[in-house]
Design a protein around this ligand. Structure first.
Ligand code: GLA
Length: 322
């Protein structure tokens, strides 16, 4: 039985494949060299007491958790969401006293919340002396995120941070949850750059998920759709959303092939095309992000750049030749 835990989980940046995960499409994120760490010890009281270096207020959660969405302060909802999901599986979690440290910028679209959730899940499983596969941990944490934040996110962030390897892209089929680890070739590097803080809570993220649901009611599963299916959609907004998802899934396939053939120029072009599709058809970028992408492309060595993650702010990612 483990009494003391020290668990680190990385953040992620998405190379290509945004707003495709919640319709079971393809994504290609990779983990970052920035981590959220949970350290602490098992407690006798049935209560989780956590402090965080980045948050003013500590979190105190009595077990079993009643309503994670009502926990204060807000960051405690992610913790409570995870504990409550574990409890639903009949896993009896002991009390815990500990602290959270992170080198990830919070609220910047680099999956600081997924890293926190996965770290909490692993810490809780350790002190409960229970095992769970990385995929099941990711699915549990996705459910926790839905409950804690109300954002109907896909599986990309939780699965990438749970299963990813350093300096390696994670090609995920978000329907089958098959994962392929693809090493980043030595000739190139991935550059992540902060643009602005953002939160998906209360953003248009949920509206995009709903748009996709409406598209699927017309043409069936987006992950199986082709460009020809667009003819069946008359509503302009839904047409744009569908066009983004269908073309983005293809771009992920082409990007993975380009990387393996060391065709870096094509990989860069695909990233730029992804950005334009997100900006114009999916409308999840903004002027600041578009300018940041243009500025990056003017710097020497950059082959491609795009907004990354949910959008409406956050970070951009670029591919640079060494
Ligand atoms: C957020 C969500 C993910 C995914 C991206 C967009 O990061 O948490 O599930 O939908 O946005 O690709």
């Amino acid at each position: 039985m483990t009494d003391t835990v020290h668990i680190s989980v990385p953040g992620r940046v998405n190379l290509i494949g945004d707003h495709t995960d919640y319709t079971g499409g393809l994504v290609m994120p990779m983990t970052l060299d920035m981590y959220t760490t949970v350290s602490g010890t098992r407690a006798i009281e049935p209560r989780w007491l956590l402090t965080s270096h980045d948050e003013r207020e500590p979190v105190s959660i009595s077990l079993p958790v009643n309503n994670p969405a009502h926990v204060e302060p807000l960051w405690g909802r992610y913790v409570a969401g995870v504990l409550s999901e574990l409890n639903k599986l009949g896993i009896d979690i002991p009390g815990f006293t500990g602290e959270i440290n992170t080198t990830l910028p919070i609220g910047s679209g680099l999956s600081s919340s997924a890293a926190l959730e996965v770290a909490i899940a692993r810490a809780a499983l350790d002190i409960a002396n229970r095992q769970m596969s990385d995929t099941d941990i990711a699915l549990l944490c996705q459910r926790a995120e839905h409950i804690a934040s109300g954002v109907p996110c896909g599986i990309m962030d939780q699965l990438c941070v749970a299963i990813g390897k350093p300096n390696t892209a994670t090609l995920i089929d978000c329907h089958s949850l098959d994962v392929q680890h693809v090493a980043i070739p030595d000739e190139i590097e991935v550059v992540t750059r902060f643009v602005s803080h953002r939160t998906l809570v209360g953003s248009e993220y949920s509206e995009r998920v709903e748009d996709c649901r409406q598209v699927e009611a017309i043409i069936g599963p987006l992950r199986l759709a082709t460009i020809n299916d667009l003819q069946k959609i008359t509503d302009q907004r839904l047409l744009q959303r569908a066009r983004h998802v269908i073309t983005e899934n293809q771009r992920v396939r082409d990007f993975a092939a380009a990387l393996s053939q060391k065709d870096f120029a094509s990989a860069g072009r695909l990233m730029l095309a992804s950005h334009h599709s997100l900006a114009n058809d999916y409308e999840t970028s903004n002027d600041q992000m578009n300018r940041a992408v243009q500025d990056m492309m003017r710097e020497p060595g950059f082959l491609g750049a795009r907004m990354t993650g949910g959008g409406f702010g956050g970070c951009i990612v670029g591919l640079r030749r060494h």
